[in-house]
Ligand binder design. Sequence first.
Ligand SMILES: N=C(N)NCCC[C@H](NC(=O)CCC(=O)O)C(=O)O
Length: 444
Amino acid sequence: MKQFEANFDGLVGPTHNYAGLSFGNVASYSNAAQASNPKAAAKQGLQKAKALADLGMVQGVLAPQERPDLYTLRRIGFSGTDAEVLQKAAKQAPALLNACCSASSMWTANAATVSPSADTRDGKVHFTPANLVDKLHRSIEPLTTGNILKATFNNDRHFKHHLHLPEHANFGDEGAANHTRLCSDYGKAGVELFVYGQSATNPNAPKPVKYPARQTLEASQAVARLHQLEDESCVFMQQNPDVIDQGVFHNDVISVGNQNVLFYHEQAFLDTEAKFAEISRKMNSEVHFIKVSTEQVSIDDAVRSYLFNTQIITLPNGEMAIVAPTDCQENPAVFAYLNELTTLGTPIKQVKYFDVKQSMQNGGGPACLRLRVAMNEQEIAAVNQHTLMNDALFNKLNSWVEKHYRDTLTVADLADPQLIIESRTALDELTQILKLGSVYQFQK
Ligand SMILES: N=C(N)NCCC[C@H](NC(=O)CCC(=O)O)C(=O)O
């Protein structure tokens, strides 16, 4: 049976804005309070998704979340009509309003961790939504994420959906951004590499001093247990705390893998040699570790350009391509490196650039915008087919964005009650386009 890796890109929600919500994420902080363009953001995302579908990749979309999140605002004591809740929050606690308005669910690499059926003991594809407890604006995502995943991968025979991990710092979980699956072939059992920022239960273990380590070892181990993975197919590796302190808030800002390739910066991990030896032993087949040295690309350039927040994809002809943001073209050291990379004799033969600047300004590159799900033909047939990208869906979603999205949004606009109506009208229509049923609270 044929095997594929599908990418499910997050649709950018109508409230996409720059509120500076993510301490430790350099782009989020440095673009705080700028005006955003939700329409352009959504269209940039759609262009990338469609281009991958046109390359012959299996490409899907995941719906965004309902924002403003009035349920959380009511839960923390704001009362009255919807408009009153919004206006009271804007006046009394603007930071809380901003947290309840973020379109951060667009970064679906943080939606969940996914283990394909070839790796799991029960032969199902397992999903665990990330609890994202490190950031308030993200911690309100997992329940709705679970609803959206269940409506998209809606078949109990093939897909197993878990509840997100307990909402406590000991179980800080950021999903696929800190998880890479290596394999010789998508359909063969592989090695799942879990990269954590700190161990919550060992106070003496290394950890960053300036910025938070969002993923814990304990969370990664819990996900591996839930997903019924064999010890022999898991590797737990620690991210270098020094690079977290330089703005590498997720592992996918400093390394990315695909099949038997792991592309990484030499400063990405702790204990690199021993852990790579463990990966090679557990893979039992050749692994290409493509190292980028500090001399070639500094951590600062990697964080600014998102060289490692790229997607490495296997094209239908078997060659690999790297999907990079145009910011990589604009950075001389990174552009020179990428031009050289395709000549080095590694499996990566092409670079494809995409403008995803609206997302980049919040620290989200091409890889943040997608959740990878390796599936066989039967599993793909069991996915909600209305979520899979093709010409018709692309045209429908572009018209939907054109109809409902604003082309400028400032943080001050988040207090506008009209935004609630616009957002709910758009999302209600989207659930009909994607045939998701009632995934949002306002629909229940
Ligand atoms: N690397 C991956 N996989 N994802 C990127 C997530 C970016 C996101 N930015 C934000 O949430 C910024 C929102 C704001 O500031 O308005 C975050 O920091 O969690």
